[in-house]
Design a protein around this ligand. Structure first.
Ligand SMILES: [Zn+2]
Ligand SMILES: [Zn+2]
Length: 134
């Protein structure tokens, strides 16, 4: 349970609303029942999810029209569908982009490494010069 919602879920108003929803559903999952399946409910779900922004809005948090009694399966399905993170990204041509970590290494042109980095660059190019003039 989200931290900001703890107080809400402890409130008498919520417990009353929750009980009304369960009574309305006769203790059965409302989603399964709509498909003709009689299965006990598990949790009272907010159709419009509770957020820190609407937690104080009783029209959402305590509105029986915004509440439904669902079984565990239906509840998991609901939340997985809404929260599945994007795993892939595509460029504007619809090509699958490689994961970000790898893409940098793959596409950075490899600098030709003459020396041991910037500190010795001057020395290195002088040496190169000499080599070139020999
Ligand atoms: Zn169900
Ligand atoms: Zn839910």
């Amino acid at each position: 349970m989200k931290e900001y919602a703890k107080e809400f879920y402890k409130s008498a108003a919520w417990k009353r609303a929750r009980q009304q929803v369960i009574t309305r559903a006769n203790g059965l999952c409302e989603r399964c029942r709509a498909r003709g399946i009689y299965k006990p409910g598990y949790i009272v779900h907010h159709k419009e999810y509770i957020t820190p922004g609407n937690i104080g809005n009783a029209d959402i948090t305590l509105n029986l029209d915004n509440l439904e009694y669902v079984c565990e399966d239906c509840h998991n399905k609901e939340h997985k569908a809404a929260h599945t993170p994007k795993r892939y990204e595509f460029d504007e041509n619809g090509n699958l982009l490689p994961p970000k970590e790898n893409s940098k290494a793959d596409h950075t042109p490899r600098p030709v490494n003459f020396g041991r980095g910037k500190r010795t660059e001057g020395v290195t190019s002088k040496k190169l010069c000499k080599v070139a003039h020999i």
